[in-house]
Write a protein that binds this ligand. Sequence first.
Ligand SMILES: Cc1cc2nc3c(=O)[nH]c(=O)nc-3n(C[C@H](O)[C@H](O)[C@H](O)COP(=O)(O)OP(=O)(O)OC[C@H]3O[C@@H](n4cnc5c(N)ncnc54)[C@H](O)[C@@H]3O)c2cc1C
Length: 255
Amino acid sequence: MKFTQLVKPATPEQALAYAKQPNTIVLGGGMWVRMQKKQFDTAIDLSALGLDTIEETADGLKIGAYVTLRQLETSPAFAAYTKDAVKTSFSPIVGVQFRNGATVGGSIFGRFGFSDVTTLFMALGATLTFVEAGEMPIASYVGGGILHDVLTYITLPKTAPDAVAVFAHRHSATDFPFVTVAAAKRGEQITVCASPVPVRPCAKTFACKDASADAFFADMPVKPNATQTAVYRDHVTRVLINRAILAVGGAPHEN
Ligand SMILES: Cc1cc2nc3c(=O)[nH]c(=O)nc-3n(C[C@H](O)[C@H](O)[C@H](O)COP(=O)(O)OP(=O)(O)OC[C@H]3O[C@@H](n4cnc5c(N)ncnc54)[C@H](O)[C@@H]3O)c2cc1C
């Protein structure tokens, strides 16, 4: 990626005004966009917006979009909220140096089909705040159309889950995962999110007694990707979903 000018807006509204101009790119940590072979007129640096904090507020756990994956991984508040699942989820993402750069905002805004990060936040029931579009559930954003906006915060519900489990499958350590699964149990409900690449992550909530991979895939076939058949991907994803449901206290029944 190349750009002609770098701007550092002082307010989210200024950042949005830049983002609305043609041929501009919003930068998170830049770890993904730097691999693109594109020339932009303007790159927008969000580092002066104060979006790099994790706060426990009356609404829940409020995470700035500029918080890095490593900040989250080492945050006692986020570790407590996720019952330490963040460590299992984030530690295979390349390496510490990389996670010191990649931001949670860039990870979620990118809607990557392989994302450990998006999968976890979808299972946790996050709400996203955009400068123009305002608040929306993460599932609406991930399943929706293109948005030319600036993501400012990711907020997790005040009540933390009772249990959280994450599983992913990679060809080799630090590679992109080809399946990511997360499950979070709150009371008598389990939310399951799975990301069998190339489909975007998808989350569904079930009564504990009804949660299973069969129920998850009732209306959603797994697609093949460049290296794996649909049959293989379907099998691996089902195994990981049922493991995650078991790990959070469910009892998946298979047909
Ligand atoms: C080699 C490599 C391996 C990886 N492996 C994994 C892995 O195993 N698991 C995993 O989950 N992820 C993986 N990732 C993805 C990584 O974790 C990050 O999700 C990715 O780098 C994006 O984060 P970033 O902060 O660098 O975003 P950037 O690259 O800066 O931006 C990504 C996109 O989001 C936009 N954007 C960024 N911030 C905002 C904002 N606040 N508002 C609006 N738009 C915004 C950018 O314009 C761009 O379109 C990998 C990435 C790379 C490059």
